[in-house]
Write a protein that binds this ligand. Structure first.
Ligand SMILES: [Fe+2]
Length: 312
C-alpha cells in the first residue's frame, strides 16, 4: 500500500508561547492558539499541533522534555484506511486515536492513520539555468526569498532503542520501503513508491535511547532553504548546522534548534525513488552526513558565517 505521507505531528512542549513564536518565524500559518494548544499548518495543510507536555490527552512520551508525541500518517481513501486497520489489528498496542486506527510503534512512538486532508499547492519553484538547460529561466532574475513557507513535512527522524525491531515494524507490517542504510546504525525508509527518498529515518545512537532527532519541512527550492535559514537566524533562533548538503538523499538542508524538541530542518531537492531505486549502504560518518556544511549557520544580517562560531 502507498501512504500519502505525514499528515499531522503533535509535540508536547514545555513553553507553548516560545513554540508559537518559533513556528510563526519558521513560516507556518497559525490555525488556532490558546493557553494550552496551538495548531499550525504548512502550505499543503500538514498540521503541527503543539500541546503543553503534561496535557493528559497526550500520548506517552519517548523521552523527557519537549518532544514528538504522535504522528499521523495519511492514506488515500477509505479502502486504504480499512487495509491499515487490518494490518495493525494484530499489534498488541492496536487501538484508536480520534477514531482512526492507531498503535504504539516498537520505539514507543504513538502513530495513527487517516484519509489525507492535505491538498495540492499551486506554487512555482525557481528554475535553474544549468549547462544542458541554460534557458530554463529566460529574461528574468531568479528568486530571492526573505523567509520560508514550508510546503509540507517531508520526514521525521527518531533515535531508536531497537533499530531492527522498529525497522521490521515499518517494513514488514506497514510496507514502508528501505531506500538506504547505515548498516546496524540507521535506516532511511520511504512510505510511498514512487516517492521522496525518505519519509522516516530511524537512527540508533550509542546509548540506544529513544528520542526525536528532527522534523524536516520541505521547501520549494534551494534558494528557499537559504532565504528561510537567514530569516530564522534574524529572528534569533540558533542554527545547529546549515546550509549544507547530504550525500544520502542528495538534499540541501538547514537545521535549527526547535523549542518543540530537537531540530527542525528546511530541506529541498531530495532523490525521488521508483521501484528501480537500489538501496545503498553507507558507513555512518561525517562524510556520509554532509558533502559540505556550515556549522552554526550564517548570520542573517551580515550575510556571513556566524562570527561566534567560525573558529570552532
Ligand atoms: Fe532530514
Amino acid at each position: 500500500m502507498n501512504f500519502t505521507g505525514i499528515e499531522q505531528i503533535t509535540h508536547g512542549v514545555e513553553d507553548l508561547n516560545e513554540c508559537i513564536r518559533f513556528y510563526k518565524d519558521w513560516g507556518l500559518t497559525k490555525v488556532s492558539a490558546d493557553d494550552n494548544v496551538a495548531v499550525f499548518k504548512t502550505l499543503d495543510g500538514t498540521e503541527v499541533v503543539l500541546c503543553l507536555k503534561d496535557d493528559p490527552a497526550l500520548q506517552p512520551a519517548i523521552e523527557d522534555g519537549s518532544t514528538m508525541r504522535h504522528v499521523v500518517w495519511g492514506v488515500k481513501d477509505e479502502a486504504d484506511l480499512k487495509a491499515v486497520r487490518e494490518l495493525l489489528s494484530a499489534q498488541e498496542t492496536y487501538g484508536e486515536v480520534d477514531g482512526c486506527p492507531a498503535c504504539i510503534d516498537p520505539n514507543g512512538m504513538s502513530i495513527s492513520f487517516r484519509i489525507t486532508q492535505r491538498h495540492a499547492v499551486d506554487i512555482e519553484s525557481a528554475p535553474l539555468n544549468t549547462w544542458d538547460q541554460p534557458d530554463a529561466r529566460t529574461d528574468r532574475a531568479s528568486t530571492f526569498y526573505d523567509h520560508a513557507e514550508p510546503v509540507k513535512i517531508g520526514h521525521v527522524v527518531f533515535f531508536v532503542a531497537d533499530l531492527a525491531a522498529t525497522e521490521a515494524f515499518y517494513v514488514d507490517v506497514l510496507g514502508f520501503v528501505v531506500s538506504d542504510r547505515y548498516p546496524g546504525a540507521g535506516t532511511f525508509l520511504r512510505c510511498a513508491t514512487p516517492g521522496g527518498h525518505h519519509s522516516l529515518f530511524l537512527l540508533e545512537r550509542d546509548d540506544k535511547k529513544a528520542g526525536l532527532n528532527h522534523v524536516a519541512y520541505t521547501v520549494r527550492d534551494i534558494h528557499e532553504v537559504f532565504g528561510g535559514g537567514l530569516q530564522i537566524d534574524r529572528c534569533g533562533w540558533k542554527t545547529q548546522i546549515g546550509p549544507g548538503r547530504h550525500p544520502v538523499s542528495s538534499a540541501y538542508f538547514w537545521y535549527v534548534e526547535s523549542p518543540a524538541g530537537a531540530l527542525a530542518e528546511y530541506f529541498t531537492d531530495e532523490d525521488y525513488c521508483t521501484e528501480a531505486w537500489v538501496p545503498r549502504e553507507f558507513e555512518r560518518s561525517n562524510e556520509a552526513f554532509t558533502e559540505w556544511a556550515i556549522a552554526g549557520g550564517i548570520d542573517g544580517n551580515t550575510r556571513r558565517q556566524n562570527a561566534s562560531l567560525k573558529n570552532k
